[in-house]
Design a protein around this ligand. Structure first.
Ligand SMILES: Cc1cc2nc3c(=O)[nH]c(=O)nc-3n(C[C@H](O)[C@H](O)[C@H](O)COP(=O)(O)OP(=O)(O)OC[C@H]3O[C@@H](n4cnc5c(N)ncnc54)[C@H](O)[C@@H]3O)c2cc1C
Length: 414
């Protein structure tokens, strides 16, 4: 019984930022560990592609949020990546935003924080009624950061994890840091896990290639995968986890990316371009914003969210790119089309290995991340972006959760 029947001290499920961090720690601690990944590549929602456009394109996370504490700034610098602070150019209603406009955008955040501090939780749609375009833009930014429509955002949860306006970028792509940092780790790709079964002497992890046994398992799949029961747990997840999974759910956020000739783009690298969005109707932002000329590469990415993102995803890639290109024309004029070279739209809503883009908390669900994080049946541990309370929804937060879960396992193994 015990260690002699284990194939590994620990099995990590999922090779995104959380799973790779957990694998790293266990590997460095001299523990036998394997990371099983369903997809044909590592990185999960932090992945930089260069094959589509010939320049770095982050399919998932791109902003290094919370720069003061973001784990990947020192990691990236040590690995030799070119990192820099977001320049903060904001183009709004046809021109660069003045300090007065930026103050008004910040004022909306202050008001929302006041609401988030109130005794009763409510949705962001209930908390604030936008009066004009500046306030709609401010709310759109919140919807983007929460990955969902305003009626789906818990003010209490948003208040505790709201993104500070303190971001950095990596010229080679954020995902490139995550995958480079995982070089040499024991990961098996194309290996979806179907079941996790607690046994008297360890945990069985079932895959199409057979069953592996470990002393401990670290599960890092998204809350979308957990809620859809893509993995069966025996014993089943308890009521507090199920309740948390019903209130901390996946939202949809997509990039409709467009490559232009750099000379066709009339703005500085990394300019955020807002335009008059149609409306925020029924709490849904029917539009998005565009990050233009990413790191000076000519890539522009139309960022959109929530049910509108689902609609565009259902309409197909061509429709999403056409919508994005038409917004570029609205803002910069028809000539911009002459510099357009190629488009690509992500489809995170229909990605079966994530079941959405990132998690958010519905009204009434604040404070439940601890329930997601707590171990199950003493040997099944959880990590991932949804569990982090401070750096919510972020790659760096996912990484820290992976470190936390791996140390939990090491303590129990010792
Ligand atoms: C479009 C988009 C934009 C974003 N923008 C930002 C941003 O600007 N900045 C930021 O910090 N964050 C951003 N995020 C969020 C960030 O990417 C995620 O929070 C983070 O990457 C999640 O890491 P994770 O390890 O928790 O999960 P994941 O990256 O999802 O890793 C889990 C892994 O588990 C695998 N898996 C699933 N099912 C199974 C199974 N049955 N068996 C084995 N493996 C399985 C998946 O394939 C995946 O690789 C964005 C995300 C998206 C999608």
């Amino acid at each position: 019984m015990g260690e002699s029947t284990w194939d590994y001290d620990a099995i990590v499920i999922g090779a995104g930022a959380a799973g790779l961090a957990a694998t790293h720690v266990l590997h460095d601690a001299g523990r036998s560990v394997i990371c099983l990944e369903a997809a044909d590549r590592i990185g999960g929602r932090s992945y930089t592609d260069t094959s589509i456009f010939g320049v770095p394109f982050d399919l998932g996370g791109h902003w290094l949020h919370y720069a003061d504490v973001n784990s990947f700034i020192p990691i990236g610098q040590d690995l030799g990546f070119d990192l820099y602070a977001e320049p903060g150019h904001i183009h709004l209603a046809g021109s660069l935003a003045t300090d007065g406009v930026l103050d008004r955008v910040a004022g909306v955040s202050d008001e929302l924080h006041r609401q988030g501090d109130a005794d009763n939780d409510m949705s962001m749609a209930e908390a604030f009624e936008p009066k004009d375009e500046v306030e709609r833009t401010a709310l759109l930014l919140k919807a983007l950061s929460a990955g969902r429509d305003l009626d789906e955002i818990s003010m209490h949860d948003w208040h505790t994890g709201a993104l500070e306006d303190n971001n950095w970028f990596c010229r080679q792509g954020f995902g490139a840091i995550v995958t480079a940092n995982a070089a040499g780790l024991p990961v098996k790709t194309n290996t979806p896990v179907t079941a996790v079964r607690r046994k008297a002497d360890g945990v069985d992890v079932e895959t199409a290639d057979g069953t592996l046994r470990a002393g401990h398992v670290v599960v890092t799949v998204s809350v979308g995968v957990l809620a859809s029961e893509g993995i069966t747990f025996d014993p089943p997840l308890d009521a507090s986890k199920q309740n948390a999974l019903s209130l901390i759910t996946m939202g949809v956020y997509n990039h409709a990316a467009m490559l232009f000739d750099v000379t066709a783009l009339p703005m500085a690298p990394d300019t955020w371009v807002s335009y008059p969005i149609e409306e925020i109707s029924g709490s849904m932002a029917r539009g998005g914003g565009i990050l233009c000329n990413v790191s000076g590469s000519g890539l522009c990415s139309f960022e959109h969210v929530g049910n509108f993102a689902r609609e565009l995803e259902d309409a197909g890639e061509e429709a999403a790119i056409d919508f994005a290109l038409t917004r570029m024309v609205d803002v910069f004029g028809a000539d911009i089309r002459k510099g357009f070279r190629k488009g690509h739209a992500t489809r995170w809503g229909s990605n079966r290995f994530t079941q959405g883009a990132y998690s958010g908390t519905r009204p009434g669900g604040a404070g439940l991340r601890a329930a997601l994080r707590s171990p199950h049946a003493e040997a099944v541990h959880f990590a991932g972006e949804a569990m982090n309370e401070g750096e919510t929804v972020c790659i760096s937060g996912a990484h820290k959760e992976g470190l936390r879960a791996a140390n939990e396992v090491i303590d129990l193994l010792s």
